[in-house]
Design a protein around this ligand. Structure first.
Ligand SMILES: C[S@@+](CC[C@H](N)C(=O)[O-])C[C@H]1O[C@@H](n2cnc3c(N)ncnc32)[C@H](O)[C@@H]1O
Length: 483
């Protein structure tokens, strides 16, 4: 492929004798990857059914650094199947899979993914916490945040979704998170092979402009970290200005300390010589496409000292609010407890659905929708644009409570609903929005299931099953893997 001349002039001296190999990697086809999240790939996980043979046929061996990541054929149709729509897997560039491993989130932790759309890393972080953490996935862009919310719902990932600038969040949530991921907007040099458009859009000035923006985002991020918390920084660019030099800047200006990342197979240490020579930079990691099957990537993890005080970070620039009209934030109000009247009905309903005492259910109602969430509990949300406080579970329609799609994808409590097993063809018709026959004489809300995956709900009436698959999710022409 044709690389920009200025990019070649910059990379040649950085790579030295490795340049010919690096250049030759652009003639190889980029590898596609898939993260299997719903089916077990591990023998020690009895709760998850094994990967379907039909899906396995499209996998081409494991991504060496990701236990549940696989390569897939270039021509693979996995993304157009009912398994994809039901959240069994997430199609993700293989090197990007390492980032959630660097976050290393633990159940119970509070984690912020600050630049989260379309959700590749957020969905992996939720999975690594077994959906038992408090994940907030934020995206500044108003259209991309909707895609983020949909992907989180599809993957059944427990997370709140916000649509804010890092500066506005930093003002609202000082010293609040155990871990923060900044998967930064960058000059994208690592993506040229996969996305030739990125090469055409690149300019010599892009890295410096991106580095300035990255610093702004990081100044906000550091304020939101708890003392002892970790900041994970990643880019998909080769440029030292946006990688090692940003990490050195974080040590010097933000008082963070670089930590050693695991030695993922085929990844290389970061390059101290790309910045000021400090040895600590070799604790960061780079993926070079001539050394591993994946696109160019950089990952670093830094720790905020236990002794850090909130005041020490208050004077950093970058805490500007993006929108006026957010000035009336005050002390803040929390989402996270039941409010309003008529809570008892849904509390009983959910307690029955989840077979737990009703006082164990802490779920906010926004308008008519009930969410399963305490992701935002304890965080001030006045003036913060919250797209979703958690997983949408049910909608109150008058006296009725209707299950929502998120409940199906979040791991359905099967004992509560009748289950209608579908073969793959019927599942394809269901996801296209067709009504299905009711030969079993079912009544009421029914969970539709295929291959151990809950696909969504329907409402059974005499003679047929009315399709409740959400209109915006319906897809014509999904492809069968069994033919
Ligand atoms: C590399 S992408 C994130 C990819 C995502 N983490 C994933 O794994 O799917 C960077 C994101 O940062 C967002 N962004 C752009 N400018 C930003 C800014 N000034 N502050 C915060 N986020 C920004 C972009 O809209 C984009 O969604």
């Amino acid at each position: 492929m044709q690389l920009p001349n200025a990019f070649v002039d910059m990379m040649k001296p950085l790579l030295g004798t490795a340049w010919p190999e690096f250049e030759a990697s652009y003639d190889r086809t980029p590898q596609r990857g898939v993260r299997i999240d719903r089916w077990s790939v591990r023998a020690d996980d009895p709760s998850r059914p094994p990967i379907l043979q039909a899906v396995s046929r499209h996998l081409q061996g494991q991504v060496p650094w990701m236990p549940f990541g696989f390569y897939m054929d270039e021509e693979s149709v996995l993304g157009k199947t009912v398994y994809h729509e039901a959240g069994a897997f997430y199609i993700q560039e293989p090197s990007a899979m390492a980032v959630a491993l660097a976050v290393d989130p633990k159940p119970g932790e509070r984690v912020l993914d600050l630049c989260a759309a379309p959700g590749g890393k957020s969905t992996a972080i939720a999975r690594l916490m077994n959906n038992l953490g408090r994940l907030v996935a934020n995206e500044i862009h108003p259209t991309r945040v909707k895609i983020l919310a949909e992907n989180l719902e599809r993957m059944g990932a427990a997370a709140a979704v916000t649509n804010e600038s890092p500066g506005a969040l930093a003002k609202a949530w000082p010293a609040s998170f155990d871990a923060i991921l900044v998967d930064a907007p960058c000059s994208g040099e690592g993506m040229f092979r996969k996305d030739p458009e990125a090469a055409r859009e690149w300019s010599q000035d892009a890295p410096a402009a991106c580095a300035a923006r990255q610093k702004d985002i990081l100044r906000s991020a550091v304020k939101m970290l708890l003392p002892g918390g970790r900041l994970i920084y990643s880019t998909c660019t080769f440029n030292p200005m946006e990688n090692e030099q940003i990490v050195a800047w974080m040590e010097d200006e933000l008082g963070l300390v670089v930590e050693e990342l695991p030695n993922w197979p085929l990844w290389s240490p970061g390059r101290p010589d790309f910045a000021d020579g400090r040895i600590a930079l070799s604790k960061t990691r780079r993926l070079w496409p001539h050394l591993a099957e994946g696109e160019g990537h950089f990952v670093a993890r830094l720790r905020k000292p236990e002794s850090a005080t909130t005041n020490a970070y208050a004077s950093l620039d970058g805490g500007r609010r993006s929108r006026s009209g957010r000035e009336r934030r005050g002390e803040g109000r929390s989402v996270g407890g039941a409010r309003g009247t008529g809570t008892k009905d849904w509390q009983n309903w959910l307690a029955e659905v989840y077979e737990c005492p009703d006082n164990a259910i802490k779920t906010p109602i926004l308008h008519k929708d009930i969410y399963f969430s305490d992701e935002l509990a304890g965080l001030a949300v006045d003036g913060i644009r919250v797209l979703r406080p958690g997983t949408p579970l049910a909608r109150r329609e008058g006296n009725r409570i209707e299950p929502l799609h998120g409940l199906a994808l979040r791991g359905l409590p099967k004992h509560f609903f009748n289950v209608k097993p579908l073969d793959e063809q019927a599942a394809i018709r269901y996801m296209a929005g067709d009504a299905l026959a009711n030969d079993e004489g079912l009544r009421g809300y029914v969970a539709m299931e295929h291959a151990g995956l809950c696909l969504g709900f329907a409402k059974a009436v005499p003679g047929r099953v009315n399709n409740l698959y959400p209109k915006g999710w319906r897809k014509q022409g999904l492809i069968s893997l069994s033919t």
